[in-house]
Design a protein around this ligand. Structure first.
Ligand code: ATP
Ligand code: MG
Length: 509
């Protein structure tokens, strides 16, 4: 009897011990390998992908790879103490970022922690960095414009709130400048901005901060950065974290602009992580799921319907190309995910055509319906005129004599191109754009000599500001090209031309 009882007790004890071990195995693991910000560990059987795990000294990691006998973890902080054999514990939480208005005016890392030395941020709310994008039924089509303040974009490649517009071009072609101008131009537009910097130098971020600060744009902006010296995992989670910050505001019914600068470096950080996790490389050595990487990010942008509060996220992802090759793997992926692209070209940039937008290759697929009616009316034929100009320009290079019709198209095209030039950090208001576009459309510019075209633009804007303040307010209140407004703008331009023609005659003498 006694032996039977003993047997029973010991068997029960054994089972209990095993149970404990199982629970322990579910919750705690042991590091197998470590290097380059990547840890593999066994145990942790119950862990889920995207879960946060912690090491004994408090360092956090995120689970990315689930294999039969081990899991792959990316480290969210640099840590020399993690060695083979160290324990790692589940937290049951997914990786999150602090969100909310306390972030405005700050520079933070992808976990929402300040790195600007301006003191602690007391987060009251956290959001998971990954989330399923809003469904089709929760969305509404794009119908409000997002004015970038850049003439060429607002006139020919208009962006709407909730749109995803790619900025693409080689290095040093003015990609960042376009995004930064768009942020600066949101002042007083009831817009929140998130600038996500991936793999950039700290010096660039400092400069950007000062530019935005000087323009008064930091009041409604947060900069989230995972620098070039940071681990690849941080660069990898940066855009998702930025998007979560934007989502919080969108769900409060606000309009948000988010810039991802740039997704090329993001794809590279993901490639690094994947190769270290020993995932099989595919095309151009990127893992097979790299398309999903960017599509699940950009799908989170959009505009919510009224029941959901009507907020929006407009995304401006940036992609860097090599030698203008937009047909490479990552560029084609992102082009297919977005609602259009602004293509910047090195030769235009070097020729002084800045912003260096290749109008023929740039499109906006949804923004047209959101464009202000008056801008839309005035800029309707601009793209076609420019296309004609470029065609005739290359054609006329061969022959010396051109007929009058060709001459007039070349003459106009050249002036339009000049008027589309614009310094960075110098966004123009909608009204200012109206005057310039009107002067183009109604052929006022045809009479202006090339050397005076910039003078013409500047003087016209000054003149309108001083002499037609009422008209400017009228256009702001009702941005439509009614017959009455048309007559008034024409009257302003006629009055201006009377003064400006003196300069032209002076030039002739
Ligand atoms: P990178 O590939 O290094 O990120 P980028 O394509 O983002 O470069 P920017 O940094 O925006 O390019 O611009 C490159 C340089 O060109 C900067 O010095 C900037 O001041 C200048 N620049 C950009 N846009 C204009 C413009 N419209 N007019 C004059 N200068 C400009
Ligand atoms: Mg840049």
């Amino acid at each position: 009897m006694k032996t039977q009882l003993d047997e029973l007790t010991s068997s029960l004890l054994k089972q209990l011990q095993n149970l404990n071990k199982e629970v322990e195995q579910q919750e705690v693991g042991r590091v197998l390998t470590v290097g380059d910000g990547i840890v593999t560990a066994d145990g942790l059987d119950g862990v889920v992908s995207g879960e946060l795990v912690v090491f004994p000294n408090g360092t956090e990691g995120m689970v990315l790879n689930l294999e039969t006998n081990a899991v792959g973890i990316i480290l969210l902080e640099e840590d020399g103490d993690i060695k083979e054999g160290v324990l790692v514990r589940r937290t049951g939480k997914v990786t999150s970022v602090g969100v909310g208005d306390a972030l405005l005016g700050r520079v933070v890392n992808p976990l929402g922690m300040p790195i600007d030395g301006l003191g602690e941020i007391k987060h009251t709310k956290f959001r998971a960095i990954e989330r399923v994008a809003p469904g089709v039924m929760e969305r509404k089509s794009v119908s409000n414009p997002l004015q970038t303040g850049i003439k060429a974009i607002d006139a020919m490649i208009p962006i709407g709130r909730g749109q995803r517009e790619l900025i693409i071009g080689d290095r040093q072609t003015g990609k960042t400048s376009i995004a930064v101008d768009a942020i600066i131009n949101q002042k007083g537009q009831n817009m929140y901005c998130v600038y996500v910097a991936i793999g950039q130098k700290n010096a660039n971020i400092t400069q950007l901060y000062h530019t935005l600060e000087a323009a008064g744009a930091m009041e409604y902006t947060v900069i989230l950065t995972a620098g070039a010296s940071e681990l690849s995992p941080l660069q990898y989670i940066a855009p998702y974290a930025g998007c979560s910050i934007a989502e919080e505001w969108m769900e409060q019914g606000k309009d948000v602009l988010i810039v991802y600068d740039d997704l090329t470096k993001h794809a590279i950080s993901y490639r690094t992580i994947s190769l270290l996790l020993r995932r099989p490389p595919g095309r151009e050595a990127y893992p097979g799921d790299v398309f999903y990487l960017h599509s699940r990010l950009l799908e989170r942008a959009g505009r919510l319907n009224e029941e959901k509060g009507g907020g929006s996220i407009t995304a401006l992802p940036i992609i860097e190309t090599q030698a203008g090759d937009i047909s490479a793997f990552i560029p084609t992926n992102v082009i297919s995910i977005t609602d259009g692209q602004i293509f910047l070209q090195t030769d235009l940039f070097n020729a002084g055509q800045r912003p260096a937008i290749a109008t023929g290759l740039s499109v906006s697929r949804v923004g047209g319906s959101a464009q202000k009616a008056i801008i839309k009316k005035l800029s309707g034929t601009l793209k076609i005129e420019l296309a004609q100009y470029f065609e005739l320009q290359s054609f006329s290079q061969f022959g010396s004599s051109v007929d009058d019709y060709t001459k007039s198209i070349l003459n106009r095209g050249r002036k339009i191109q000049d008027l589309l030039k614009q310094q960075n950090n110098n966004p123009l208001s909608m009204v200012e754009q109206v005057f310039i576009l009107f002067a183009i459309k109604e052929a006022y510019i045809d009479k202006i000599p090339d050397v005076l075209i910039f003078d013409f633009e500047k003087s016209l804007l000054d003149f309108a500001k001083v002499n037609s303040a009422d008209l400017c307010n009228k256009i702001i209140d009702n941005p439509e090209l009614t017959d009455e407004i048309k007559i008034e703008i024409a009257a302003t331009l006629d009055a201006f031309m009377e003064i400006f023609s003196l300069k032209i005659t002076n030039l002739d003498n």
